[in-house]
Design a binder for this molecule. Structure first.
Ligand code: ADP
Ligand code: MG
Length: 309
């Protein structure tokens, strides 16, 4: 199968939406932007052997790839619209590509993403998705802008599950089905992000670990902010405490990456989407600081995923 046939067979599917002027198949895609809206765009890479095991299921690869991108749109309170897929494939294993494409299209439809283009090359298994969405003008929620007195809300569940699954992958424990689910099928919180539009002062998704991503919010406000986290409300993945003990379970939940939950700084008294928990309040401080139940973070915790690893 040639590259051209591959693209035709697997990646050009169906009709595009009405705002697409030129879709997949030309040198570049063209879409119409809507008056009163702004475009939100983000790109994410998924590299086999680096971000996922070098041998991985096509469905899992597709779900993690799109999940990451969608979570970035969720974290801006944006409505998903388009996606571009750049794919590097080792050898043409038709079976793998077919299943990957199937899952990719299924999720794209589910999340309202129109695949308007991409690139296909031969090389080590890796992919990048560029996701494009829209917000009403001025309504994107940045990670900058948290205010003293804001409540810190967490949306999402099973914290630490994706981190714990790494222990399953390296063979150190049997694990729990929910962990595999969290790792291979992240659930981007797009509707929660949209529901926070006009309500949250700052919003971020947890990709590198709760504490590390929270520090971005605390540091990027007008003055340094501190927060004391209530560990009792942290929604831990099932089985974490049983497998790793209470302290390590909390470390995994607060520093593990790939959870794709949302953290929002919201003025007290604001209605927030259901299924969130309030982790604490933000206070003006001499330096940005996170404590847990009144105690400093254990010094041996490394705060989150380091991309240079
Ligand atoms: P060009 O050489 O102009 O970059 P390509 O041969 O790379 O064109 O791609 C042909 C068309 O197929 C383009 O419209 C491109 O956007 C689309 N395309 C290529 N690979 C993919 C892919 N993996 N997913 C979706 N569309 C793709
Ligand atoms: Mg190309």
């Amino acid at each position: 199968m040639t590259e051209f046939e591959l693209i035709e067979t697997y990646f050009r599917r169906g009709a595009h939406g009405p705002s697409v002027v030129l879709g997949n198949g030309d040198d570049a895609a063209v879409f119409r932007t809507d008056p009163g809206f702004e475009t939100v765009i983000s790109v994410d890479a998924l590299i086999a052997g680096q971000h996922v095991p070098s041998i991985c299921s096509p469905q899992g690869f597709a779900a993690r790839l799109l999940g990451r991108g969608l979570s970035d749109l969720a974290a801006m309170a944006a409505e998903p619209q388009y996606v571009l897929l750049s794919l590097s494939l080792p050898v043409l294993q038709t079976n793998w590509i077919e299943q990957f494409a199937e899952k990719f299209h299924q999720l794209a439809v589910q999340w309202g993403l129109d695949l308007i283009g991409g690139d296909t090359a031969k090389g080590p298994l890796a992919a990048q998705v560029t996701v494009i969405g829209r917000v009403q003008s001025g309504r994107a929620i940045s990670r900058v802008g948290a205010q003293p007195g804001d409540q810190l809300w967490l949306f999402g569940s099973d914290l630490g599950g994706a981190r714990a699954y790494l222990e399953v992958l390296n063979g150190s424990c049997d694990g729990n089905l929910v962990w595999a689910e969290r790792y291979w099928r992240p659930q981007p919180l797009v509707s929660q992000g949209l529901a926070l539009s006009g309500r949250a002062n700052a919003l971020i998704d947890i990709s590198d670990g709760l504490c590390q991503d929270l520090l971005h919010i605390l540091r990027q406000s007008d003055g340094p902010l501190s927060v004391d986290l209530d560990s009792g409300v942290v929604p831990l993945a099932p089985g974490l405490i049983e497998s790793f003990g209470e302290t390590r379970a909390m470390e995994m939940a607060l520093t593990g990456g790939d959870d794709y939950c949302l953290l929002a700084a919201v003025p007290e008294g604001t209605d927030v989407p259901p299924d969130g928990v309030c982790l604490g309040h933000l206070h003006l401080a001499d330096t940005s600081r996170i404590t847990i139940d009144g105690l400093p973070l254990p010094p041996e915790w490394s705060l989150g995923w380091d991309h240079s690893r």
